[in-house]
Design a protein around this ligand. Structure first.
Ligand code: GDP
Length: 196
């Protein structure tokens, strides 16, 4: 069993609402180790590199809008002038570049066993309206796709959390230099995971 790393970004809506501490503490209290932490203004090129530039990612994001619009009988063309998921995904990426520059962001690297599953579980569904109570997005927001799209902005969902082990590795390398990571053993690990 080896530990893995995940990147968290406490996004500008959370920073400006004074939620840095309460959000970060949720990841600490579950037992993850915070091994990197810094407050920074995200450069547009970094944000661009952070979110994939692939057709698969654009499609995933665009389909999220189309699925939601189909349920509500809304037409994507009214906001995006197209119903092509890739084109919608590209527009959302452009919005994300502005959103993440609205204030400084807090970047954190957390390490642990099955860390990706844990950070995604604690963050909750991408759409705050659908995020379960007890999750960051479910407890601190109720933003919706229709509202966000109509206002030409991304869902304001407070946090980014790496989605796969590979993304975690890539994102940690993008935002942190090796010497900015400080691995150590939490003293409660001997109680949480005793060897027999
Ligand atoms: P995440 O990994 O849960 O953050 O989700 P994604 O990587 O799929 O999307 C990145 C970010 O884009 C999300 O956190 C939202 O802020 C935003 N976003 C995703 N899908 C949509 C959408 O359909 N409409 C809008 N307005 N924003 C979206």
């Amino acid at each position: 069993m080896t530990k893995q790393k995940a990147l968290l970004i406490i996004k500008p809506d959370a920073v400006q609402r004074g939620l840095i501490g309460v959000i970060l503490s949720r990841f600490e209290r579950v037992g993850l180790t915070v091994i990197g932490l810094k407050f920074t203004w995200a450069a547009p090129e970094k944000i661009k590199a952070h979110y994939p530039e692939t057709e698969a990612w654009f499609t995933k994001v665009g389909e999220r809008t189309l699925t939601n619009y189909a349920k509500k009988g809304l037409d994507a063309k009214t906001v995006f002038q197209t119903d092509d998921p890739v084109a919608i995904g590209k527009t959302v990426k452009q919005w994300l570049i502005d959103y993440l520059q609205e204030s400084a962001v807090l970047l954190a690297v957390v390490s642990g066993y099955d860390v990706i599953e844990i950070v995604r579980k604690l963050s909750g569904n991408t759409i705050p309206l659908l995020a379960a109570p007890g999750t960051v997005r479910g407890d601190f927001s109720h933003d919706t796709i229709d509202l966000a799209n109509a206002q030409n902005r991304p869902l304001r969902n407070l946090i980014h959390a790496s989605d796969t082990v590979e993304d975690g590795e890539k994102e940690v390398k993008l935002w942190f230099a090796d010497e900015e990571l400080f691995d150590y053993q939490r003293c409660d690990e001997t109680i949480m995971f005793p060897a027999r």
